[in-house]
Design a protein around this ligand. Structure first.
Ligand SMILES: [Zn+2]
Length: 81
């Protein structure tokens, strides 16, 4: 199972599902909006499929895809330091 994360303006990577806003600080990410609008959030999503679905290449720098075993816990936010 792959999960799509987008980076907010404060640098958090948050799980993109149906909200374009970071759950910590509420700031939006254009990349999250583009991913949601692409409708390409699926189990086998890749950067390539997001691009094909219409997400602009310049926004992919704020996107990260994490693959985890099916049924495992999924982090809502990743906070790199
Ligand atoms: Zn944030």
């Amino acid at each position: 199972m792959r999960n799509v994360y987008a980076r907010c303006m404060d640098g958090h990577f948050y799980l993109v599902n149906d909200s374009a806003h970071c759950p910590i600080d509420g700031s939006p990410a254009d990349a999250a909006t583009a991913v949601i609008e692409s409708g390409d959030i699926r189990a086998d999503v890749t950067l390539g499929t997001l691009l094909e679905a219409g997400v602009a290449a310049r926004l992919l720098v704020d996107v990260m895809i994490v693959e985890r075993p099916d049924g495992s816990d999924v982090a809502e936010v990743l906070q790199p330091r």
